[in-house]
Write a protein that binds this ligand. Sequence first.
Ligand SMILES: [Zn+2]
Length: 412
Amino acid sequence: MINFKKQVLETFTKYAQIESGSDFKSKTTPSTQTQVEFAKVLKADLEKLGLKDIKLAPTCHLTAKLPANIKGKYPVIGFLAHMDTYPEGTIGRKVKVCLHPNYNGGELVINKELGVILKPELSPALKKCVGHDIITSAGDTLLGTDDKAGIAIIMEMLKYFTAHPEIEHGDIRIAFTPDEEIARGPDNFDVPAFGADFAYTLDGECGDGIAYENFNAATVDIFIKGVLAHPGQAKGIMENPVRILADIISKWPENKLAETTEGRQGFLTFTESRADFATATASVMVRSFEEKELRAMISEFENIVADIRKKYPGSQIEVKTTYTYKNMRPIIDKNPTAVKLAKEAFKECGLDTDGAPIRGGTDGARLTYMGLITPNLDAGYATPHGPFEWASLDQMSKIINAIICLCEKAVK
Ligand SMILES: [Zn+2]
């Protein structure tokens, strides 16, 4: 096992200092110009390593290839990581990377003055990292290991392969992508041009191993037009959209909400609402690992709405369902090579292989349905998107070893 801790810290620190937050409100592609500037730095680093076919698309997708150094027909393996960091607490802020060597298992004091102190019970992965070198921000920003840890891990793998031409590998494809945090990552990703047989996103939390199961997702939008009347003379006439919406919301069973479910349970949750005398709108998020359960929850919700319609016959109550992403598991089950290889390599490098199913989506889920099988790998970070974000250098080092091992296994 090679110790990559020093190099990966150096590489990560360089990238962490470059602002690259995405922006929910932006209508441009990519959502922010800072991502383009960051992509240019990465492009220069890939050029320095001598990679081939380096392309920075106008959409800010940066791709490159490390050509095979062995003859024969072997799978082309892709590695992906996203360049953007979470918008909140990122834009216009400079990240300072702080090292906490040899973590002792107690509270992780990130910034005493600001009260940013992480209790290990709030981040279970931390308990498995006693003795590790941990990195955090200075507590006034997020750290950005989501997903610059993934980028640094991929870069260290490439450096290792280019420095050791005697280690045989097939074609390796790299993609650094924009706007994952605002759910636009796979938009404009050119799967045929990427040309990998399968790929991995390096964007998982510390100890989560190889993740290839995620939610099926749908959004239900509600639109209500009530019956207006002067409140003083409204008896028997008014149908108030504020109450109609409240009726719908209150009818949904309490044991099927985001705040009352965990593990493999699905849920429906209200994400947005607006209502007045004349109209009301609301958005509902529906999530389940099973497509059947997802559809059943949507029909259960539509039945509630149908009942409410009877109660307010003069009103117009409409619902519209949009399916947003799907669980990649059924496709992985039919094409197990990518997961099998990763599991073998992770096991050999002393890493956990089986994480919990992802109670969310990943870029990989959408890519899998676009034709590129893409499970998600541990990238060594935890509690992202805020000042408590941390990562283990020891874990990142092991992951670099594991993906090198994975590429070697693919040509054996
Ligand atoms: Zn991420």
